[in-house]
Every structure is written in structure tokens, then in C-alpha cells.
Design a binder for this molecule. Structure first.
Ligand code: ZN
Length: 315
């Protein structure tokens, strides 16, 4: 129940966090801040996963951390009001500044701290489409999200992938196309054997596939297959949301997506309408009706995705 409440808050907060206009005069900022949810009670919890690798839980997307002699690298940075607490939590492990932020995708609950962390000297890195989508207005689940300020944008972007050789590890960042969005990246610590899936993996929650941002059911399944190809039974897997998981959790998640895709596809082939397919209650056994994403909403997303494959990325 607690988790569901947190996810609902996340749903409400994701667009709000990015709604500040890019060049708002200072006098308007308190009004923008007043629309944001209250982050006062959010605590950042650190969990060490391997030598030099940790995860931070707060509110928003789970944050991966590489630390050691070469400095700190973080994967995603949650919401702007949490930056001080996130940096304080990181500094309990390593007092060095953040050198790089890798964004797994553009959503505000993963990139909301970008501007603050960039101001401390960090370089923001993400797939090309992350910068494109952050640069222009977006719609997420019906809510308009204003363009991000210039200081929040990734300054190094890549198409297929990039590798960081830091802290005794080889950290591979791999783009997976049209999955949760069209700018997702998986991040894999080759030596530590830790994998950050971003929002291509919701552990213990029904997934959100953002069709308006170029996501798709086929790509979501392909992204999980890419993660499975990197992982073995010893891999520690950081999901975008939910607790730490392992390969078996990711296999179950893949099987759920494949099962739902094939059943919705059968419904379409049998000329059933969306309402008729929803009435089959195909996803009820995979999650509660009142979660962040309801079974109905997931079935509808898969239906829409199969009917209309994703278009090209914005220019
Ligand atoms: Zn997301």
C-alpha cells in the first residue's frame, strides 16, 4: 500500500517537476515551486551492491552510483528538491564531486536533478533522443511537460552507446530502441556485474510504456531481452522503480510482457474491440487494480502499441 501511494505521488509529480518554464523570471519561481509535491519527508537510502557500486532510493527513479579513485558517476538524479540530500548521501561513501550523470531516459523523475548537479560541475550524458525530448514540450499520460532549462540538458549524447572506463570497471551504456521511450539506455558494470535497467524494468509493479515518447511493447520486450543477454544468475539488477532484483525477476517480467502481447494480439486478430479485449481481464493476475499502472491501462497500452508502431523521433 505504501508503495502504491508512493507511485501515485510519482505519477503526479513527474510532469510537475519539469513544469518550470525554461526562462522564468526569478519572481515566478515560488509559484512554480508551489505546484510541486512536498519532498520534505523524503529520505535517501543507500544500498551498497558491489565494491565501488551502490544504489540510492528516494522518490523517483532509482539512482545508480559508481565511486572510487576516478570520482563519482551517477545514473539518473530524481527530482531537483532532492539534490542536496542525494549529494549528501553519496558523500557518505565518497566526498568527491559528481563527474558524470548518465540519464537512462528523459522523464522528470529521472532527470529532475540534472540542472543542480550540472551546476556542481558534472557532465550530463544521455542518448540523442533524451536531449531532443527534454528540449521541447512533451505530453506524458495526458499532462503537458514544458521544455527543460538549457542547464538541465545532456551535453554529451550518443546514438548506440558509450563506455566509461572508471573506478576499475568498464561501464557500458547501451541504447535500446523504442522501449519505455525512444531514448532508453541500459547501464552495465562489466566487472562488478551490476545492471541498471532504467524504466525498461519495473520490479514488482506493472510497467509504464510511454507510447507518446516513442515507447512500444515490442521494444520493451527487446530491451528486457538485451538485459537478459548481459546478465547471469549472479548479476545484481537495479530497476527504474521497485527493489533490487535478479535475473529470475527479469525473466518473470519478460514472460509477463510476452504473454500479454500474444493475448492482446490474438484479440486483435479475432477482430475484438479494445473494450472487448479489456473485458478479458488479461493483466489482472499480474498486478493490483489500483497501482501506478492499472491492468486495464497496461492492456490498452499494448493494444495501442500493436495497432500503431512508434513513429520517428522528434527533430
Ligand atoms: Zn520513465
Amino acid at each position: 500500500m505504501k508503495r502504491i501511494a508512493a507511485m501515485l505521488l510519482l505519477a503526479a509529480a513527474a510532469p510537475a517537476a519539469a513544469q518550470q518554464p525554461p526562462a522564468a523570471p526569478a519572481a515566478q519561481l515560488p509559484a512554480a515551486a508551489a505546484r510541486q509535491p512536498n519532498f520534505d519527508n523524503v529520505q535517501i537510502r543507500v544500498e551498497r551492491l558491489a565494491p565501488g557500486v551502490a544504489v540510492l532510493f528516494g522518490r523517483g527513479g532509482n539512482i545508480g552510483l559508481s565511486y572510487g579513485t576516478d570520482g563519482n558517476v551517477i545514473i539518473d538524479d530524481q527530482y531537483a528538491p532532492l539534490t542536496d540530500r542525494i549529494l549528501a548521501a553519496i558523500h557518505t561513501l565518497d566526498p568527491a564531486p559528481i563527474r558524470f550523470v548518465i540519464n537512462t531516459h528523459w522523464h522528470g523523475d529521472h532527470t529532475g536533478g540534472n540542472e543542480n548537479v550540472a551546476r556542481t560541475g558534472a557532465v550530463i550524458v544521455a542518448q540523442d533522443n533524451v536531449r531532443r525530448r527534454m528540449s521541447m514540450e512533451q505530453v506524458v499520460r495526458g499532462d503537458h511537460v514544458a521544455p527543460s532549462p538549457a542547464g538541465a540538458l545532456p551535453v554529451v549524447t550518443f546514438n548506440e552507446g558509450v563506455t566509461f572506463h572508471l573506478n576499475g570497471d568498464e561501464i557500458r551504456v547501451v541504447h535500446v530502441a523504442h522501449a519505455h521511450t525512444d531514448g532508453d539506455a541500459l547501464v552495465y558494470w562489466t566487472h562488478a556485474n551490476v545492471l541498471h535497467m532504467g524504466d525498461t524494468f519495473f520490479n514488482g509493479l506493472l510497467p509504464f510504456i510511454d507510447l507518446d515518447s516513442g515507447g512500444s511493447i515490442d521494444g520493451a520486450i527487446a530491451a528486457v531481452e538485451s538485459g537478459l543477454a548481459l546478465a547471469n544468475d549472479a548479476t545484481v539488477i537495479i530497476p527504474g522503480h521497485g527493489p533490487i532484483g535478479h535475473r529470475a525477476d527479469l525473466v518473470r517480467y519478460r514472460d509477463m510482457l510476452v504473454d500479454l502481447r500474444s493475448r492482446v494480439r490474438q484479440g486483435i486478430a479475432a477482430h475484438r474491440t479494445l473494450d472487448q479485449i479489456k473485458a478479458l481481464r488479461l493483466a489482472d493476475r499480474y498486478g493490483p487494480p489500483d497501482g501506478f499502472i492499472s491492468p486495464d491501462s497496461l492492456v490498452e497500452t499494448i493494444y495501442r502499441s500493436l495497432r500503431a508502431p512508434p513513429g520517428p523521433a522528434p527533430r
